[in-house]
Design a protein around this ligand. Structure first.
Ligand code: ATP
Length: 777
């Protein structure tokens, strides 16, 4: 910096450059946070107060408009619309409500009168005495009469005491009142002692309070009285019904008896309509109450109405209740005239079952069942796999194989269980099971059908072997128990055989018939021996699944099915009529949900099955199988293959001559014996090809059938064959100790691993973890 420049700087800003020692130092002030302001840009104008007022004045006319818009928006908001519609509804209903309230008041008085009469006449005790007399129970009658007498004595005694107290009080109060009155009349208050004057002042205050309160009381007491009477005479429906609008808006609220009665009143069932017209009130044997993820009520229907009639109008009932058909389950109760009604909370069934509780950890004791899905009540269902057989069916792609897989995965986690799987089609659904399976065949070729048929034959032989072993045990136990199953040397471990797409097997041209016969025998007799057959099919018709199979399996699971035939084929005859309908399950929408019978003590369950994914690169099955293998190793066991030893021992398949005879009757009323022989030979040349009339006669005699003469020729009558079949069935069911009772549905194991899920289980989509239930031996 030159001298001139420094001088310039000092002139312009004397503080910026100062002498410091011998050097000139430039002083810079403290640097503050700042912003460069370009004052060439237009700057905001500062408004004066006047300008502001003018501006407000200009906008003032718009304020009411804004306010109006604000109010309009609030008026149109959801809560306001709802509140308005409820208010309008209540206004419309006001006359009816007033009449109803008046009726409640009258009825309330009547009820009080009845109560008083019952109290005064000891009606309850008298009724007890009457009942006891009718029942011939002298002791109970005497007790009731004694009670009436002692109660009457006590009542009169209480009345006497109360009167006595009143008299004593009057005796004390009356002289005091007279004295006070006399003193007040004779003396001037000013001349009284102070304390007496104060007493009079207090009495005056009390008196004025009373005179002020009496008119108020004269108004309020009758009002309170009327309110109390209305309360006494109200309808016994729960909830503040008058607060809600029973229109569609309101349909997702709770379900109560009022709504159910209303919905039933609009079903168009003649006798029910008449009942309502005549002022009838439905009897709720179980009042509407929360039951899992829905509401349950049980109703005794009036004369002329059956539960089936209501079930037949399910969609109308669902619409009346503001629910989907799937969410509305009217079914037959213990009697035809009792309606069990379960209504799901709105939309709750749309949620899946959540993760399979055993997906990551846990072990299974097959005698306790396998977690299979969530019931409509939101509880985990431990499906039984011992002492039962399963038939799972439904339209394609609705979850049959997945359900079968879940059951078998559960079985795999019991280290004592032996598993066989046959898939009658090209499907890799069970491939990951391979290391855990003792037998596995998959495919469409004849060899798979042959292997499956052989497996059924082997299971029969195994069943017989087990029967013998059981008979040799001390105390001749009637069935395989956990204790016996754990004794490896006996070979009585659980043996589960799953056949997917089983209709392919039963319809196979070469092996179908044989397989069907074997399956029927196995289903009828295998349950006591720890042998379980799990069948899955797309097509549960009488042509694809033997009727005896559908009649005798104890657990049926129906995913979405097309019609009544398929429904009843899977769940048992009469189920559709009784309202137990998998036809209500919507294809694809309700994939994974099935209607099941026999898996719990309930008449039916609507099960959201657990899904263990094995598709599109997701594979949760393999890790479970790896765990199952580890469990076997930990238990020091090997994969059970005991039945393989019996394969060679399996004898030829028995022919059911009576069933064949029934088949060849082919719906004819009577068939000539000659034609019967020919038809039998055609159906099974191997067995009947060489039969003579004598052989046929012997066979008929064996089944108690006599060939009868008709128009000069010997004929077999279809009625006789049917009678013989019925006879045999009855014997199977009642006489034969090994037979599985048709329709005897499985029950939940006595000690299921945590039957009740924790609170978080109540909502769909949350699975309950399985527990290690038992150490393997
Ligand atoms: N419980 C479930 N939860 C959710 N999705 C499921 C469930 N069960 C099955 N699914 C879905 O449905 C698809 C079809 O299932 P699955 O193969 O078991 O049907 P299916 O009835 O056996 O069909 P098909 O008769 O054609 O063999 C599965 O790939 C899966 O995506």
């Amino acid at each position: 910096m030159t001298d001139e420049q420094r001088e310039d700087a000092r002139r312009t800003d004397p503080g910026t450059v100062a002498k410091h020692g011998g050097t000139d130092v430039e002083h810079v002030g403290p640097i503050l946070d700042g912003e460069l302001v370009d004052d060439t840009l237009p700057q905001p104008r500062r408004r004066t107060l006047r300008q502001r007022i003018t501006r407000w004045w200009r906008y003032a006319p718009r304020v009411p408009l804004w306010l109006a818009r604000l109010v309009g928006r609030g008026w149109q908001s959801g809560p306001a619309v709802r509140a308005r519609s409820v208010a309008a509804y209540r206004v419309r209903k006001a006359p009816a409500d007033v009449a109803r309230l008046a009726w409640f008041v009258v009825r309330g008085h009547w009820r009080w009168l009845v109560k008083f009469w019952e109290w005064a006449t000891y009606a309850d005790l008298r009724a007890d005495a009457r009942r006891a007399r009718l029942a011939g129970d002298a002791e109970a009658r005497r007790t009731a009469q004694e009670l009436i007498r002692s109660d009457a004595r006590a009542r009169w005694a209480k009345l006497g005491i109360a009167l006595q107290r009143i008299v004593i009080t009057l005796r004390v109060v009356a002289p005091v009142a007279v004295v006070l009155w006399a003193a007040d009349s004779l003396m001037d208050r000013k001349a009284m002692w102070t304390w007496l004057a104060e007493v009079y002042a207090a009495l005056d205050t009390v008196w004025s309070a009373l005179t002020a309160a009496v008119p108020v009381l004269l108004w309020t007491v009758p009002v309170l009285w009327a309110v109390a009477a209305a309360f006494e005479g109200r309808d016994g429906t729960p909830g503040a019904g008058w607060l809600v609008q029973p229109d569609r808006d309101d349909a997702d609220s709770w379900i109560d008896e009022r709504m159910i009665s209303k919905a039933l009143a609009h079903l168009g069932i003649g006798p029910l309509d008449r009942f309502y017209r005549d002022g009838g009130e439905l009897v709720y044997t179980v009042a509407a109450r929360k039951d899992g993820d829905g509401t349950f009520a049980q109703i005794r229907l009036p004369l002329g109405v059956t539960a089936d009639m209501v079930a037949a109008r399910r969609s109308k009932l669902a619409a009346n209740l503001g629910r989907a058909s799937l969410e509305t389950w009217p079914t037959k109760g213990d009697e035809d005239g009792i309606l069990d009604l379960w209504i799901a909370d709105k939309g709750v069934l749309r949620g899946g079952a959540g993760q399979w509780p055993l997906a990551d950890e846990g072990q299974v004791d097959l005698f306790d069942g396998v977690p299979f899905g969530l019931s409509q009540r939101g509880l985990v269902i431990n499906a039984p796999l011992i002492g039962v057989n399963w038939l799972i069916g439904g339209r394609p792609g609705q979850g049959k194989s997945a359900a079968l897989r879940t059951l078998l995965l559960g079985a795999a986690l019991d280290p004592t269980a032996e598993l066989w799987v046959f898939v009658m089609g090209e499907s890799p659904d069970f491939d990951p099971f391979t290391p855990r399976l003792s037998r596995y065949r998959m495919g469409m070729d004849d060899s798979v059908a042959e292997a499956a048929t052989q497996a059924l034959a082997d299971l029969l032989s195994e069943m017989e072997r087990r029967g013998k072993i059981l008979g040799e045990q001390p105390g001749r136990p009637p069935k395989v128990s956990r204790k016996l199953a754990d004794k490896r040397a006996l070979g009585l471990h659980p043996l589960v055989c799953g056949i997917d797409e089983c209709h392919e097997l039963f319809q196979h041209p070469s092996y179908g018939k044989k397989a069907a016969e074997l399956a029927v025998r196995l289903i009828k007799r295998g349950r006591k021996y720890g042998i379980t057959l799990l069948l899955a099919t797309q097509s549960p018709t009488k042509d694809s699944i033997p009727r005896e199979v559908t009649r005798n399996v104890s657990c049926g699971a129906a995913f979405s099915v097309a019609d009544q035939v398929a429904n009843d084929g899977l769940l048992g005859s009469g189920k559709y009529a009784a309202g137990i309908r998998a036809t209500e399950l919507r294809i694809n929408t309700d994939r994974g949900t099935c209607v099941a019978v026999g898996i719990t003590d309930e008449t039916f369950e609507l099960v959201r099955t657990f899904y263990v994914p094995f598709e599109d690169g997701a594979d949760d099955v393999t890790p479970v199988i790896a765990r199952a293998m580890a469990l076997i190793e930990e238990a020091g066991r090997a994969i059970e293959t005991s039945a393989r030893r019996e394969i060679e021992a399996a004898g030829p398949v028995e022919v059911d001559t009576l069933a064949d005879l029934a088949d060849v009757m082919a719906g004819d009323e009577r068939v000539r014996t000659q034609h019967v022989l020919a038809r039998l030979a055609e159906a099974n040349p191997e067995h009947y090809g060489a039969w003579s009339f004598a052989a046929l006669a012997a066979m008929l005699a064996e089944h108690g059938i006599t060939a009868r003469k008709s128009h000069g020729v010997m004929t077999v009558h279809a009625a006789d064959v049917t009678a013989a079949l019925t006879r045999r069935d009855t014997e199977d069911e009642t006489g034969e100790p090994d037979g599985e009772q048709p329709g005897s549905r499985g029950v939940l194991p006595a000690t299921p691993p945590g039957q009740h899920p924790p609170d978080d289980q109540a909502k769909p989509g949350v699975g309950r973890r399985g527990s290690a239930t038992r150490d393997a031996d």
